[in-house]
Design a protein around this ligand. Structure first.
Ligand SMILES: [Zn+2]
Length: 201
């Protein structure tokens, strides 16, 4: 299924659902078909060494870190495929950038968390999913019951993180950990200090 017109495919889900594996699998197929690929990721994703996206299964691909969605179009050049990792961490202009690339005939793949640790739509992902030609929503396995998981549980020092803990933590916030959980076992205690989870760094 290679397309001659542009196409936007969003691959989303909670943590540990295999989004990156799925994207790397599709990129391998495009490469076999002789298509050229540009892979970008937000620079704030410090999980991997700069310039490489590594899935939890160990597959890897070279990525270009960018600070802003507006930098993406300048990097694309003659590439047939534009792959974007960690879409949830991009700014709200990402859906427009992706739309312009597809209108110009590019195949665009975007992976990202559809919900944050509170179960709230994450960054530009909801609009991106609405505007996409294709959405693949993957599930993980709940660590509590073994049923399909669609939520990301954040734990701080072993306890479910309250709703007002920062959305993005750079450099750690105590002993922070994430798990995949089902709707029943996903826990978000009410905010400890009034309203509003913010962006902290
Ligand atoms: Zn469960």
């Amino acid at each position: 299924m290679f397309y001659t017109a542009g196409w936007v495919h969003v691959i989303c889900g909670c943590m540990f659902c295999g989004k990156t594996d799925e994207m790397l699998r599709l990129l391998r197929r495009f490469s076999i078909a002789g298509r050229t690929v540009v892979l970008v990721k937000p620079r704030l994703d410090t999980r991997t060494e700069d310039g490489t996206v590594i899935s939890r299964s160990g597959a890897h691909h070279t990525a270009v870190p960018v600070d802003d969605s507006r930098q993406i179009e300048a990097l694309v050049g003659d590439a047939d495929i534009v792959a974007i990792e960690e879409g949830q961490f991009f700014d709200e202009r990402l859906p427009e950038v992706v739309g312009r690339l597809a209108d110009a005939g590019k195949q665009v793949l975007v992976t990202g968390l559809d919900q944050d640790f509170r179960g709230i739509p994450f960054g530009p992902m909801p609009r991106l999913m609405a505007l996409a030609d294709q959405v693949t929503k993957l599930t993980a396995i709940c660590v509590v019951c073994g049923e399909p998981a669609t939520r990301t549980q954040r734990l701080i020092d072993g306890q479910p993180a309250p709703a007002d803990s920062p959305l993005i933590v750079i450099g750690g916030l105590g002993d922070e950990k994430y798990e995949a959980r089902c709707r029943l076992h996903h826990e978000v205690p009410a905010a400890e200090s009034g309203l509003g989870a913010g962006l902290a760094d």
